[in-house]
Design a binder for this molecule. Sequence first.
Ligand SMILES: [Zn+2]
Length: 519
Amino acid sequence: MSAEAVAAAVAALRDAHDELAALSIDALTARELVAALDDLETLSCQLPAQSHRMLVRLQTEATAKEMGAKSWRQVLANRWRISTSEAGRRLDEAAVLGPRRSLTGEPLDAVLPCTALAQAHGVINAEHVAVVREAMNKIPPAIDTLTRAQIEVDLVRYAVGLGPKELKDKANRALFLLDQDGPEPDDAERQRRRGVAMGPQGSDKMRPVRGNLTPELAAILEAINAKWAAPGMCNPADEVPCVSGTPTQAQIDNDHRTVAQRQHDALVAVGRSVLESGVLGQHNGLPTSIIIRTTLQDLESRAGVGVTGGGTIVPISDVIRMAAHANHFLAVFDKATGSALDLFRARRVASPAQRIMLIARDGGCTKPGCTVPAYGCQVHHAARDWADDGETNVDELGLACGPDNRMVGPGGWTTQINADHDVEWIPPADLDTGQARVNDYHRPERLRPPDDEPFDEPTVRTVDEELADDVDLHLVPPLDDDEWFDDEWLIEPPDYEPADDEPSDDRPHKPGGPEPNAA
Ligand SMILES: [Zn+2]
């Protein structure tokens, strides 16, 4: 099929749409309207089949890197302004419903051939596809290929006559019959399902936590809680909280915390003791520690906020309290650009002071749309690359996460620093849809009113309002296994790559894995 023929077919499809849009539908009876809607529904069920085969083909034709992004998810998200989770869904669907080819180029059936066929004919919709895919993923690995294929055929046959809810019930029944005793609890399955995730920060600055703890971690936490979550221990209400030995009777009697609150405070004590122990060593050229950036105005007014290198917003009262503990960096800036920190070409690697200043200025990866916080970023020569006589000078540096840093180069993204000392990212031609050049995500102070406008008084909430929020919290439905780490919860973890002052290993990975050790 030639490019012209495909372009002409797509154009004809769009022309047909425009023709339809121009027609008056005022004279249609209810029956005629429903018939037209039916046909439109079928067409919208069919169209993804075309996207799937093109997406599959595109991924063999080019790499994400060549398209100017770190992953295919990012290519789709950038190009069509969809979320990365939606991009991931489309790619996953294309992978199981699109046509495949063997290594020798022979055409192969799709992974879910029956579902793909039904979709191409428009007899099942996107919701059916989602239910079938989810059910097929849940089939235990021990089930043979033939049974698996039969289950898919059965599910698609049901889907043609049922809604997604009824189909899901049928699918659950089929899975139950396969595996009446439920899955055997084995270690591999436990390890697969392990995880802890912090949710997004709420307007009250709190972050929820979700997790599935392995018996090992549970045992560790139990032992710690037995000591540090005991009544009277690690109580922030005490003037000098007891962290070792036995609390006094007064400390025990005055401890009015719930068990959950005591366990929270025990975790604070664990974290502090690890940070203060020094065992974590360095991370990106600075001692591993809490780094908080704030403005002089916020600090003086005692009413503002600081932002950690991980992106958490911390009230100034907490910042001041936390500063009493050792090993924290507080970067305070007042619209300063830090020109006193210029090192020019004295050394290629940014000094720790420059890193702190960059964290203060940029707050995180400077590439628009990137949410990787400062802890996950490298120092990037934003104005001119080091190889092109760039200077290690705060005004010419910017923060960028590893994957984005590597996107910069000939044929890829370019960066420059504008008059406001913001790092601007210019996309490669394939991805340039006129999107934002500057990332404001990590700089909440930009969303504030100018200095001379008073801040809004905080609204006082009644107990009823607080309770109403609580009720909402309890109404959150229980999550399926796969939903533990959806995009909203998975705050992009820092990219633990060698800092640019450590030797980097840019050699491509060999498909056979690392070479055997000579020793
Ligand atoms: Zn980034």
